[in-house]
Design a protein around this ligand. Sequence first.
Ligand code: GLU
Length: 416
Amino acid sequence: MTENLNPFAIAQAQLDMAAGILQLDPDMHAFLRQPMREFHFSIPVRMDDGHVQTFRAFRVQYNDARGPAKGGIRFHPDETIDTVRALAAWMTWKTAVSDVPLGGGKGGVVCNPRNMSAGELERLSRGYMRAVARFIGPERDVPAPDVGTTPQIMAWMLDEYEVINGHHEPGVITGKPLMLGGSAGRTPATAMGGMVTIREAAKLLGMTLNGATAAIQGYGNVGSYAHRLAHDLFGLKVVAVSDEFGAIYNANGLDPAAVGNQMRRTGKVSGLPDSEEIGNAQLLELPVDILIPAAIENQLTGANADRIQAKIVAELANGPTTPEADQIFRQKGIYTIPDFLCNAGGVSVSYFEMVQNTYGYYWTDEVVQERLDQKMTTAFHAVHNMAEAQGVETRMAAYLVAVNRVAEAVRARGWV
Ligand code: GLU
């Protein structure tokens, strides 16, 4: 049977498994299986050549029992409503496992930002905000960056929202540039949070990180910071990195500054002197200690899971591993740090950003780092303790922690 790779079907199947273990009340289970609200838009954008292109766009507010919906906006050519639903569900579990007082949401626009000019991107970003503005707000739903979106895009969206509403409201969106009310440490936060979980996992497994090897798939905001931080904080030898065009390998480790320069100069990692070109598929199957998927969903599947050799898979991407791959990893004894735990650093600092916006009083980078470390360490051990107590693997343990917390809020509100 071929594997079902629909991300929302996967997200629901994962929840179903958790509901079974928790013996969740069937009414609660049925409620948590679906998004509470979703919006579909058509956004007309005047392109540079004068014609108007219509973009399809979505915002899903999956669950807001624990607080305003929270989650990024993706600009991606393969975006679908089911991808956004899945990502919004995972945000719900992510904010719950990291215990920030927020719900889960996600947005997406079907577009290829690589082929758009800055002007076209600005008009699309403002158009998206005009469409969504009446449904969001600091106390309703707070977007942020994700794949294909940047602090500059957040700045245009914030400005559009403030123009529509006629007053400053920095807490409507996070991941903003610092001068518009962004938080210190937000840009590297997803990668940084992931490093905290890798540190804690290595302690549990008795792995020495200094000199251990790693491969990173994806070289966007998350993958590039993961490379730098793994190298600088732990002395990890990152032997391979990739982007959507290809992968490079050097057995002695790749220097993050050199790869960063290559990326800035050419827009690709490949072509770096002293590195060997390999395929993206090959990168995933390298005999490394730590594999870090930091791109998009469905990269580790039934088709390649039995060839994965890493001891730890640290999921900085959302949804990189399918349930079939999970099962194979379990048999192989691979330790997974599941996505909505591993990459919760981004939303944790987004929450800090919202708090700072509310107070209009801003923290130093040291304060942000200390609180991020604390949040991630606590979340990691909550999941680890649940895994031990229930005898389940880490992803299921993360689900048990998160679903319990969301269900408790839903019940307390009297919804179910
Ligand atoms: N897009 C990021 C994620 O998937 C961050 C979300 C946020 O900061 O709201 O976790």
